[in-house]
Design a protein around this ligand. Structure first.
Ligand SMILES: [Zn+2]
Length: 371
């Protein structure tokens, strides 16, 4: 009797946890991370594994910063255990991309994303497959990204870290320059603020599905006039297309990225004004700025010169200082004694991410190093 009562209690508790809106269990919570799988299966010397884990801890604690669109090169003799860990400022809607150029396709390269304030995982550790990793960013602010090749990787590794839009641009053949009214602009004499972006295009330009998903609603009403609502399959956001001249799709239809949903117009409160698409995104917490989701941006090139090899084991010139990022606009956080010997963790063009013999890391310009 007691036993079946406890089972019922457990079932009730479970169903409460599962149905409770305030307690969302992330999809991947029960998955084992690639890093943990690798550590469990590693059959080499324990000391190598310990060193590798120490490389990850040190990268996790790093306060070094990078900008969106960074290219770097990790050096071969540093690749036994080193990892690079950097802070990067990202926006909800960015697609974070890590691209590698590796001459050893069978060797694993791990990517981790941590919350820099709590140190907790923002995603389970993953492997870069076919030299490319990407992930839609879910929160605004600083993220800690860590890249580490497997133990004994033994070759140079080129890495690019940058963002791309996570969605297709919603108006066919148009781009950033056609976005002429942004998120938060004042509306109705300050009575409300603009919960989207306006993309100007001539009447009849196709508006397209920004992602795979389905049409939750179409109609002709209120400020938006002729409108379409698309819910994407991957994240579950609602995408709002307004002021259409006419609608091609219908409620409940499954759509693929790039499918035409209708045509640009000036219906609703845009009547009599310039034709444009009002595009909005509604997430679980309400409206969000759609621009990071659609803003087009360039892809950086790989670093070509191997400055890592050239400068590792050399000495810093007197008066050299370590900066928190690869550029003279980053703050100096440490000065070093004359003739401090360094190893190069990674080269970022003419700036080098170095480590001193006493374990301090920072960036120096290559002309601060003795030849
Ligand atoms: Zn608008």
């Amino acid at each position: 009797m007691f036993r079946s009562k406890s089972i019922i209690l457990i079932l009730i508790t479970l169903s409460f946890i599962i149905s409770c809106d305030g307690l969302k269990i992330p999809k991947n919570v029960f998955e084992t991370s690639e890093r943990v799988k690798y550590e469990r299966s590693f059959s080499g010397a324990d000391s190598l594994l310990t060193q590798w884990k120490a490389g990850f801890s040190s990268a996790s604690a790093s306060q070094l910063k990078i900008k969106d669109g960074t290219s770097l090169l990790m050096n071969s003799d540093q690749l036994k255990s080193d990892a690079v860990g950097y802070l990067i400022d990202l926006k909800k809607g960015d697609l974070l991309v890590v691209e590698t150029e590796s001459t050893l396709p069978d060797k694993k390269i791990f990517v981790d994303l941590l919350d820099p304030t709590s140190g907790s995982e923002m995603m389970k550790s993953q492997i870069i497959e076919d030299n490319l990793f990407s992930k839609p960013v879910e929160t605004d602010g600083l993220h800690k990204i860590i890249v580490q090749p497997e133990i004994g990787y033994g070759s140079q590794l080129k890495i690019k870290i940058y963002t791309q839009p996570s969605l297709k641009f919603p108006v066919a053949g148009k781009g950033n320059k056609n976005v002429q009214s942004f998120w938060g602009a004042s509306r109705d004499g300050g009575g409300r603020s603009h919960e989207g972006v306006d993309i100007f295009a001539s009447k009849g330009t196709p508006v397209v599905a920004v992602a795979d998903g389905y049409i939750t609603r179409t109609g002709n009403q209120g400020l938006g006039g002729k409108q379409v609502w698309l819910r994407d399959d991957e994240v579950g956001n609602s995408h709002y297309y307004a002021h259409l001249d006419s609608i091609l799709t219908e409620d409940g239809r499954k759509v693929k990225t790039g499918d035409t949903l209708g045509w640009v117009g000036n219906t609703g409160n845009a009547a009599g004004g310039a034709t444009h698409l009002h595009f909005g995104i509604y997430s679980t917490g309400g409206a969000v700025d759609p621009y990071p989701f659609i803003r087009e941006r360039s892809v950086p090139k790989f670093v070509t010169e191997n400055n890592s090899e050239k400068f590792s084991g050399k000495y810093l010139k007197a008066g050299s200082s370590l900066r928190s990022g690869a550029g003279s606009d980053y703050e100096i956080f440490s000065t070093v004694k004359p003739r401090t010997q360094i190893t190069v963790i990674a080269s970022h063009g003419i700036w080098l991410h170095i480590k001193t013999l006493d374990g301090r890391e920072g960036f120096v310009k290559s002309n601060q190093i003795e030849k």
